[in-house]
Ligand binder design. Structure first.
Ligand code: EPU
Length: 331
């Protein structure tokens, strides 16, 4: 049995029967051929930064370590880059920024691998990977063959994609391809970025990366010091009627209208209002600077974290009638 503590950013203990490192596509095909005829259970893990282990894994953990970056196409305006899925997401961002490629700088220092990025359509400070990704290559673990999905076929949504649904743990993503801009395309509309930039001023892509790093480091805990998986819940999307009904009771409730007419509200606000600001519950708690982040204060088990998250869900539901859905994959 192998302890998965070092393979998840919550830093919780869980055992797996086996851990296999996948360094190249051939390793994955071999695994499928050898072990999967008898439907052995497996779990694909990248950086382990969006996963909560609440029990042991009866089977094999496949660690994605496929490495490589390749420029596929380049003209005066655009560049298409293919990244193997085991590359750390932030190494990808750094590569893009150092080369002056625009489109993912606001996604700086998000933990995890490139392969995990499309699974939950990572997003931050006004950018989302769905806006730059052209396609995803994966190995179908049931069929044992390589497949490709273009952007549309990935069914991206807010923190969502086909890889979180029909293809969850069935698609071993092997590479992602991004189309990035060579001309400046700053995206500074997000409130915290607006606060630290001067309107009309010209910024380089690396200036923006540095701003994002500054914001993230001031608000989000470093999982190496305090176990966490970023936002634990998604920001809920409410029907307009529900939102305005809540507003009647408390006009301070923030929210912004989406293209489809729904109103996205910040889960952090509701969690705070429900009494969970900097709350401690045994070895678990909400992060002192951001209540949407559940932290392992040391020695917490996955079940304790799950139990605490359920307390939050219950309190928010009782106070506001809002259902919080986990963003983290609970295993
Ligand atoms: N807020 C509070 N109290 C707080 C902090 C925030 O009430 O202590 C409310 C405020 O109304 C604030 C709003 O929450 O305006 C939004 O806060 P923030 O800008 O920190 O963003 P978020 O909605 O909590 C989302 C993503 C983050 C991403 C940031 C920045 C989700 C689930 N989370 O958080 O992504 O970094 O925006 O774009 O959409 C992640 O997915 O793991 C993650 C960290």
């Amino acid at each position: 049995m192998i302890n998965l503590k070092d393979y998840n950013t919550f830093g919780v203990e869980a055992l797996a029967e086996k851990v296999l490192i996948m360094n190249k596509q051939e390793d994955i095909f071999q695994f499928v051929e050898k072990h999967n005829g008898n439907k052995e259970f497996f779990l694909i893990v990248g950086g382990g930064s969006n996963i909560l282990f609440t029990s042991n894994v009866r089977g094999t953990v496949l660690l994605n370590r496929l490495m490589g970056i390749e420029i596929i196409e380049s003209d005066a305006q655009w560049v298409t880059v293919k990244y193997e899925s085991g590359v750390l997401w932030d190494d990808l961002v750094l590569f893009a920024v150092q080369n002056g490629f625009w489109g993912i700088e606001n996604l700086s220092i998000i933990p995890g691998t490139c392969g995990a990025a499309p699974v939950q359509n990572i997003g931050a400070y006004g950018q989302e990977i769905k806006d730059v990704i052209t396609g995803v290559e994966y190995i179908d673990m049931q069929e044992g063959n390589s497949r490709y999905l273009n952007n549309l076929e990935c069914s991206f949504g807010y923190r969502d994609s086909i890889f979180k649904r029909a293809l969850f743990n069935r698609a071993f993503i092997t590479s992602i391809t991004l189309r990035l801009a060579k001309q400046a395309e700053p995206c500074l509309k997000y409130p915290s970025l607006r606060e630290i930039t001067v309107p009309g001023k010209t910024y380089s892509v690396s200036d923006i990366r540095n701003f994002v790093i500054q914001i993230r480091e001031s608000k989000l805990p470093d999982f190496k010091k305090l176990g966490n998986a970023g936002s634990f819940f998604k920001n809920p999307e409410l029907q307009e009627a529900h939102f305005y009904e809540l507003k009647q009771h408390n006009e301070k409730i923030p929210g912004y209208k989406l293209e489809d007419g729904l109103i996205r509200v910040p889960a952090a606000w509701f969690i705070e209002e429900s009494g969970f600001k900097n709350t401690i519950f045994g070895n678990v708690g909400t992060y002192k600077k951001h209540p949407l982040i559940i932290v392992n204060r040391g020695g917490a088990s996955g079940l304790e974290i799950l139990e605490f998250s359920q307390k939050i869900q219950k309190a928010v539901f009782e106070a506001f009638g809002i259902i919080l859905s986990p963003e983290v994959n609970i295993i």
